[in-house]
Design a protein. Structure first.
Length: 352
């Protein structure tokens, strides 16, 4: 899925800042035409998906008979082209393209506002998702021709059409919001005084808010099962634990479609407690973490007990900070994770 901020090294986690430069040229492939919009599939993805499908079906023998004949072609370029055409034919014959096309057909704005969709292979489930790329526009013309969707899917996902359709619907609705001027998408969510260490926290919060908004609309459109609400609410609870018993109220503002703009999502990612219209009577007021400056109810009980590596890292980033000033549990988790990663890296390093 897409979330703003694409200016750090973790491409998938940041990928939503996806309004960026042109996709990699290695994604060229014979296109399946849907004029004027076009879907291009990476040749290796077609090959891998088809191999997985035919080897688990009655089509295995006829497919391999066709494929074996191609080895008789002596010219390497012609032989490679025939392999690509073979995989493309079988991809269509097995109807492996239908979930993506169905999801696109449900969102006419995508065909109207972009030039094509490039479908490439994802390495892991985490890598699956869609991005919107915008080429530089040097002269007046059709803006749609400068917008390209990049969709990454694991070859094995094509074996489960229902899961692929659900994934495509979710990801393409993200693209629709990015194209919708009323949503006001911008590839940024950090405020000028945000510390870089806390960008991952902002991204997780923004992602949870946007996923709730997206899946809520899909459920209302009968394009996703109502049970999806419970799954998304669980993710919301994990991301915003400080909201406590009022988590349902906050979640409903997004899943039920009340909040529908990029600026609102960014504001709530920075200050989650403002999602609550009426805090519970007698509930304590949130205090600001001295590190991330975010309001929080969840402060770490014993900051002085953090590993020395984590304390050293905090001191380098915030020289004036002292353990007795406290820090929120999410900041503590960030620095604890960094210290553990550094320790594992040192343990894995070969001896000189």
């Amino acid at each position: 899925m897409s979330t703003p901020l694409d200016n750090t090294s973790d491409a998938k986690d940041n990928k939503a800042a996806s309004v960026s430069q042109s996709p990699q040229p290695c994604l060229k492939a014979p296109g399946i035409q849907r004029a004027p919009f076009q879907i291009d599939y990476e040749p290796q993805l077609l090959e891998d998906a088809v191999f997985l499908a035919v080897n688990q079906s009655e089509h295995c023998e006829p497919f391999h008979k066709e494929r074996d004949k191609i080895y008789e072609i002596k010219d390497p370029d012609q032989r490679e082209n025939e392999f690509r055409q073979l995989h493309r034919r079988w991809f269509l014959r097995l109807a492996m393209h239908r979930p993506i096309e169905e999801a696109l057909d449900e969102r006419q704005i995508i065909a109207d506002s972009t030039a094509r969709c490039i479908v490439a292979a994802a390495k892991t489930r985490k890598d699956e998702g869609a991005e919107l790329f915008v080429e530089p526009i040097h002269e007046a013309g059709d803006k749609a021709q400068h917008r390209i969707i990049g969709l990454q899917i694991r070859p094995g996902t094509f074996l489960d059409p229902d899961s692929l359709l659900a994934l495509a619907r979710h990801e393409f609705l993200h693209i629709v919001f990015m194209l919708d001027p009323t949503f006001g998408y911008e590839p940024t969510l950090a405020y000028p005084d945000d510390h870089p260490t806390h960008i991952p926290l902002l991204k997780r919060r923004y992602r949870a808010l946007w996923d709730a908004l997206i899946d809520g609309q899909l459920v209302r459109e009968n394009l996703a099962p109502p049970a999806l609400r419970d799954q998304r609410l669980h993710d919301f609870e994990l991301t915003f634990p400080a909201l406590g018993s009022q988590i349902e109220e906050a979640f409903s503002r997004f899943f039920d479609g009340e909040c529908r703009s990029h600026d609102i999502l960014v504001a709530y990612a920075h200050a989650p407690e403002t999602m609550l219209s009426n805090p519970e009577p007698g509930s304590k007021r949130a205090a600001h973490c001295p590190l991330c400056k975010f309001p929080t109810f969840a402060f770490l009980a014993s900051p002085q007990d953090l590993p020395l590596e984590a304390l050293d890292k905090i001191s380098r980033d915030f020289p004036a900070w002292r353990p007795d000033q406290g820090l929120c549990e999410q900041c503590a988790g960030l620095y604890l994770g960094q210290s553990l990663s550094a320790t594992k890296a040192q343990e894995a390093s070969p001896c000189p």
